[in-house]
Design a protein around this ligand. Structure first.
Ligand code: IPD
Length: 267
């Protein structure tokens, strides 16, 4: 398979979704609650998903789909396929719903073991297209990117997020304990509200690290591909790379700070 051709199709699909979303930004939104009040879908998520799927289907009819808003369905379209697209039409829906420009379109192609082969993360309002293919490097708007060279936790800036089920989870699972511990260990923390954007920012060195639990393959696989191609490391909270791929536990770093992050998260 020519991964550069796959990457190009994913970029085209993300750009198409961006064209659909830009006119909807800064307007009132139609919002529906999904699992709870922290978990919403808007007209933008559905419109972006409807824009992405036909582009990818036309380019690679043999690939399956896992898409957050379920138009392709978990149990539908080609889930037995050798390769699957993992799509979040808007990662950071709460930001989009509030007209905050920190949301992204996240598209990854992965094999059945969830190894990401291609990853695209696009911020349509910020005008930034991050893209990577395994073995071909990672770029931001066509220019090569690399993780940061920060070696000292005390100089690091990191980000994280909070699970949508936070109100029902104990403090060591809802990230309040880890957030507090990390705040004392690093220079500063950010909560942008889009895991895919956070991971892209680690890939290009704006952030030195990111961690989050209870996210999904569509939130993280594109960003993981970017980081792997930009010289970073992604694992679960115990340092196992394969176990980060579902999104259940993700620790991403510039590689140099990985051990330091795992120490804090276990403290
Ligand atoms: C959310 C974002 C957020 C993270 C949440 C996710 P969504 O995705 O990635 O940063 O903290 O856990 O659910 O719902 O906006 O696609």
């Amino acid at each position: 398979m020519n991964l550069q051709t796959v990457r190009s199709a994913a970029e085209q699909a993300a750009l198409r979704a961006g064209e659909v979303l830009r006119p909807l930004f800064d307007q009132p939104h139609q919002e529906q609650i999904k699992s709870n009040i922290y978990d919403v879908v808007t007209e933008g998520d559905l419109a972006a998903e409807a824009a992405i799927l036909p582009v990818l289907k036309a380019a690679f009819p043999q690939f399956g789909f896992v898409s957050e808003e379920g138009a392709a369905g978990f149990s539908g379209d080609g889930v037995g396929a050798e390769f699957l697209w993992h799509i979040d039409p808007i990662d950071g829906t709460t930001n989009f719903a509030n007209n905050i420009p920190f949301f992204s379109i996240s598209i990854a192609l992965a094999d059945q073991a969830l190894n990401p082969l291609v990853g695209v993360v696009y911020m349509p309002i910020l005008g930034e297209l991050f893209s990577a293919a395994q073995g071909h490097g990672a770029t931001l708007n066509g220019k090569p990117i690399h993780v940061s060279g920060t070696v000292d936790m005390k100089r690091a800036v990191m980000s994280s997020g909070f699970p949508t089920a936070r109100h029902t989870l104990p403090e060591d699972q809802n990230n309040l304990k880890q957030w507090r511990d990390m705040l004392w260990a690093v220079r500063d923390l950010r909560r942008f509200g889009s895991a895919a954007l956070d991971l892209a920012y680690v890939a290009c060195g704006r952030l030195d690290g990111f961690w989050e639990r209870h996210i999904h393959s569509w939130d993280c696989l594109a960003g993981i591909c970017l980081i792997q191609e930009a010289g970073g490391t992604v694992t679960d909270y115990h340092g196992v790379p394969e176990r980060a791929l579902t999104g259940a536990e993700v620790v991403a770093s510039n590689s140099l700070l990985h051990a330091g992050m795992l120490d804090v998260l276990h403290g």
